[in-house]
Design a protein around this ligand. Structure first.
Ligand code: 3HC
Length: 285
């Protein structure tokens, strides 16, 4: 089944990036949020990205206009009844996600693929609350979505080959390179990335080097685009902590244990760039 009509539930940083990329790639895209102000903010982010791309000569005015026609928003989940695929990009908590999958299972026709952008929650549990387990998978994008080439397609033991094939074609049309991973905590990227970020925090806690020097070491010594503290601020300290907790629950080994400093920073609301303060201060920028 070729995907044509795309639904995106959640228009935060990741959801708006996915909706933007889907509309830009020619898909009829419908996006929703829990409130009008959140929906407006997400849609403004997308319009801002297109304006920037136009000013850089990456998109023509005609292309921006065509993208705008392809992207619509609604506050009514019932409008998702005609979608070929619905991508869940809501808050990273299990209960709201399970409730949404139950709702989407009731609203959309049985052929619609239901996928989650979760970075750490089990896809299997979302599949289990639906009557279409073969059509449920993970579709994990990376931040910033319009730029990052990778998408992890996460399959449970019941995700069908046809579903994986449709998702592969869909993500390739979006200009992404998909990889396939089993439904295990952290999938591929976060299972490797999170312990690296946690190790950097522990290294700093132990006084081995300053945050700036650890960042410079990894950026200049290994050509990573960002050092671990800059990247954790970029991803969000809360997201990093949450992913670490989920991986640690499945693999209770010291490398996956969230460091005390990370917990304290999250408790203080220093979540990274999005709150203006994380390991570094962004309030002036
Ligand atoms: N939206 C759209 N385009 C963006 C963008 C955004 N949010 N951020 C940057 N870009 C574009 C810029 O416009 C620029 O385009 P141009 O070259 O045509 O002008 C290009 O990307 C490069 O950006 P910049 O010149 O501003 O800056 P950099 O060269 O430093 O690149 C970066 C920025 C792409 C964010 C780079 O630093 C990077 O790759 N960082 C690592 C990001 C990463 O590892 N992400 C994965 C995080 S893990 C994750 O998401 C999983 C989750 O589950 C935890």
């Amino acid at each position: 089944m070729a995907i044509q009509k795309v639904g995106v539930v959640g228009c935060g940083l990741m959801g708006s990036g996915i909706a933007q990329t889907a509309a830009q790639s020619g898909f009829d895209t419908l996006v929703t949020e829990v409130s009008q102000p959140l929906l407006d903010r997400g849609m403004q982010r997308i319009q801002g990205a297109w304006a920037t791309m136009q000013s850089k000569g990456k998109l023509t005015a005609e292309q921006v206009a065509a993208n705008q026609v392809r992207l619509r928003s609604t506050l009514d989940l019932n409008d998702f009844a005609d979608r070929d695929i619905v991508i869940e990009v809501i808050i990273e908590q299990k209960e709201p996600k399970l409730a949404l999958f139950r709702q989407l299972d009731a609203i959309t026709p049985p052929a619609t693929l239901l996928v989650s952008n979760t970075s750490s929650l089990p896809i299997t549990e979302m599949a289990a609350v639906t009557k279409r387990r073969d059509k449920v998978a993970g579709l994990h994008f990376f931040n910033p979505v319009p730029v990052m080439k990778l998408v992890e397609i996460v399959r449970t033991v019941e995700t069908s080959d046809a579903t994986v094939a449709a998702l592969r074609q869909f993500t390739e049309t979006m200009g992404k390179t998909p990889i396939i991973a089993k439904d295990t905590a952290g999938f591929v990227v976060n299972f490797l990335l999170i312990p690296y970020l946690l190790s950097a925090i522990r290294m700093y806690e132990q006084g081995v080097a300053s945050m700036e020097d650890i960042d410079a070491a990894m950026q200049l010594g290994t050509n990573y685009p960002m050092g671990p503290f800059t990247l954790t601020d970029y991803v969000g300290l809360d997201t990093t902590l949450y992913a670490a907790e989920v991986i640690y629950a499945e693999h209770p080994e010291p490398a996956y244990a969230p460091p005390a400093l990370l917990r304290r920073m999250v408790t203080l609301g220093r979540l990274g760039r999005k709150t203006g303060q994380g390991f570094y201060d962004y309030t002036d920028k």
